[in-house]
Design a binder for this molecule. Sequence first.
Ligand code: BGP
Length: 475
Amino acid sequence: MGFREDFLWGGAVAAHQCEGAWQEGGKGISCSDVETAGDNVTGAPRRLTDGVVEGEDYPNHVGVDFYHRYKEDVALFAEMGFKAFRTSIAWTRIFPRGDEEKPNEEGLKFYDDLFDECHKYGIEPVITLSHFELPWALAKEYGGFRNRKAIDMFVKFAKVCFERYQHKVKYWMTFNEINNQADVTQHNLIQEGAVLLKEGDDAEYLMYLSAHHELVASALAVKAAHEINPDLQVGCMIGMNGVYPASPKPEDVMNALGAMHQKYWYVEVHARGHYPRHILKKFERKGYDFITEEDKKILAEGKVDYIGFSYYMSFATQYQGRNEKTFDYVPEDFVRNTYLKASDWGWQIDPLGLRWCLNWFNDRFELPMMIVENGFGAYDKKEADGTVDDQYRIDYLKEHIQAMRDAVDYDGVDLLGYTMWSPIDIVSASTGEYDKRYGFIYVDYNNKHEGDFSRSKKKSFDWYKHVIETNGQEL
Ligand code: BGP
């Protein structure tokens, strides 16, 4: 009973949310570099600007200065006993515009040094290739993934990374939360780096088109990795938040199924190597005919080795008649689940939902899985003596780890590891805030850009250390 002996305990970040140094080491501009901070007072969302505009606030330019401080941070991860550290390789450090002939050696060297630093402590790097970090030039000049040329650029980037780091990195993922495009809202399309919307664009069509190109690019990358080195394991990365029916009313149940279809069909393509029938039916209905015979072959040959996913919350949906017959996903149908508490950002806390999601994947695909994000964003308070009592974070993580342990013990789930989000405070992806904190390690920096980036341990630091020491037996 319990987790496997070589269970990968650790934490996860993304390059653009922590590194900063946005113009150092030959790095090019990425989409996240031209994304403003949201306004947490007015609730205004993040915006993508047309290049860097003077006077705007771009938190990703500095991140938490990980680029210069990674040695200190990795040492702290090692002190907690990390076995794994998940981060992304910023695409623009390797190919600053995306379309260069040759990679940028200084960027490659940075990740060599980072991975060596991890291995010094026996920490295995787990790497995402594209975590909302599409080169800005690729988005602006080529139209991002609406353009098939982006497939070649991504595959070239992936191959350079596999070849260079094959003896330092075993576990890879292609596109972070590839399904976050499913909302068909401008922000999500942009955040995934898939496509920039122009006046008159058909957002839904472009969402499916760009997602298809990403899935083809991902399959080609999986195949290339196995050819370069059969030991490499390449997974997908799905943003997974189970959708429950708000009641047992059959229409609500069907509505929830429709939402699950819409949000999670991507994993079927990644894991089974072909599109699910309900999506093909939708494409037929809408007249979308971009899947070629060659694409079908590529998808079948590039199935993932494992399923990586993030889990933060669950949703509930109530049928309100907007999607009669199709039961297609309607974000407005999502309602509060009164059985659950929520974070300050309204994210509904549901540990058992994690076990439900593990089972959902397990029943369909019978693949190994890795939980590559799970965590609790909160307004932490630093006391006068420098301590942070983040018991709420401990409670959240404890209950989720318990739920995943039950999934291993009782449901037969094959779980490779757990990299919580995020071991150190970093910039929030959805809001661009510094004050939405997830870490065991406090970073002295806030929304008003005050602070010196110094690091200190929160109460949860020692707690997680003990969890790892006991391989998750004592929570
Ligand atoms: C996921 C993203 C991460 C991360 C996390 C927490 O969707 O993959 O990049 O940031 O969510 O979200 P946030 O930072 O918005 O609180």
